[in-house]
Design a protein around this ligand. Structure first.
Ligand SMILES: Cc1ncc(COP(=O)(O)O)c(C=O)c1O
Length: 371
């Protein structure tokens, strides 16, 4: 038995002929940058996210950076976020010249703790960058309330949460702007790098599109200095094939997550907790165990791959030593970083494979198998 953490080939095989046709279409038109495919994808993804506009960009990190810049965030500003995320979240803040300010997470959902935010707000705070980690939306009503009370912008890092909902509304439509990654392993993944920003604010999206294309809206006129961060047409065409399948793939993940939860309900592992107002799209299925190294080694021996997202919180990374944040200042983040393990999760994973993973976990725990 061999069960990977994620299997991109399994998905590719289900849409192979459509992908080939889409790639052929782009290549035969030889319109490799911009053009119809990108324009169409931007409209389709904006519609999917229930927002007015979308700017497709080179990757999720750039989506975050360009959004922060588009919102006017720069040197001297502070942006509140979490240390329990991928470093791209804070790289984007630092790239603008602003400073990341970390707050702790809730122990149950492992997402930003709204109660921790107010104490971190200073006169320099300009925005809150919330991360819908593992596919689960943050508590957006409370977060927006806090932001409005203090005149702050809110940006969603939705790199792991395409299609998730908070109180019935799609991630991407819940704040000033939202940023997505189409890195291949994401719920909606390209066959290379890709990203997008969505917003109800069409002017903001126009500005971000300009920043992403050397500061121009027309070929030879550069309004400002920007960067080169465009989604290429081949990736747009691939994403257009995949987008209509996204809800069905997310539903498959939801069923698999329910199967894991039911089968592991009476065991000693700590299961993920989803807020009652949230609909997760289960980018990752993350449990907590007390002796992670031994747990992972045992599963590996059984042919089951696991991961850790993420083992070292950002404030403890060498890259952020300059912030001088002392050990123990984000106690929940630091604690769960020692315990989290990601189990195999992707739309094409079978119930049979989930049963095999669960059986191995029960045998590791020395318990009776109840699947
Ligand atoms: C939470 C989070 N934010 C941002 C990113 C950055 O996206 P990309 O890899 O497309 O630059 C990722 C993906 O890796 C991510 O998981």
């Amino acid at each position: 038995m061999s069960i990977p953490l994620v299997d991109l080939k399994a998905q590719y095989l289900t849409i192979q002929s459509e992908i080939s046709a889409a790639m052929e279409r782009v290549i035969s038109r030889t319109a490799f940058i911009g053009g119809e495919e990108v324009k169409q994808f931007e409209q389709e993804f904006a519609d999917y996210c229930e927002v007015k506009a979308c700017a497709a960009v080179g990757n999720g990190t750039d989506a975050l950076y360009l959004t922060l810049r588009g919102l006017g965030i720069g040197p001297g500003d502070e942006v509140i976020t979490v240390a329990h995320t991928f470093i791209a979240t804070t790289e984007a803040i630092s790239l603008t010249g602003a400073r990341p300010v970390f707050v702790d997470i809730r122990e149950d959902t492992m997402l930003i703790c709204p109660d921790a935010i107010e104490a971190a707000i200073t006169p320099r705070t300009k925005a809150i960058l919330v991360v819908h980690l593992y596919g689960q939306p943050c508590e957006m009503d409370r977060l927006m309330e806090i932001a409005q009370a203090h005149g702050l912008k809110v940006i969603e890092d939705a790199a792991q949460a395409h299609g998730a909902r908070w109180q019935g509304h799609r991630v991407g439509s819940l704040a000033d702007a939202a940023c997505f990654s189409f890195y291949p392993g994401k719920n909606l993944g390209a066959y290379g790098d890709g990203g997008a920003v969505v917003s109800q604010d069409e002017d903001l999206i126009r500005h971000i599109r300009m920043l992403a294309n050397h500061g121009r809206l027309e070929k030879y006129t550069h309004e400002i200095e920007g960067v080169n961060s465009r989604l290429d047409s081949l990736q747009a065409a691939i994403l257009r094939v995949k987008l209509p399948y996204l809800d069905q793939w997310n539903q498959s993940r939801q069923k698999l997550a329910a199967a894991y939860i039911e089968a592991l309900g009476n065991s000693d592992v700590i299961l993920p907790v989803i807020h009652p107002n949230a609909e997760s799209v289960w980018h990752l299925f993350v449990i907590r165990v007390s002796d992670r190294k031994r747990f992972q080694a045992y599963l590996k021996d059984q042919g089951i791959s696991t991961g850790v997202h993420y083992p070292i919180p950002l404030h403890q990374q060498p890259a952020y030593r300059y912030l001088q944040i002392t050990q123990g200042s984000l106690p929940v983040t630091e604690k769960i970083a020692q315990e989290i393990v990601s189990l195999p999760m992707y739309a094409e994973l079978t119930n049979h494979m989930v049963n095999d993973v669960v059986t191995s976990i029960h045998s590791y725990l020395g318990q009776k198998i109840a699947v």
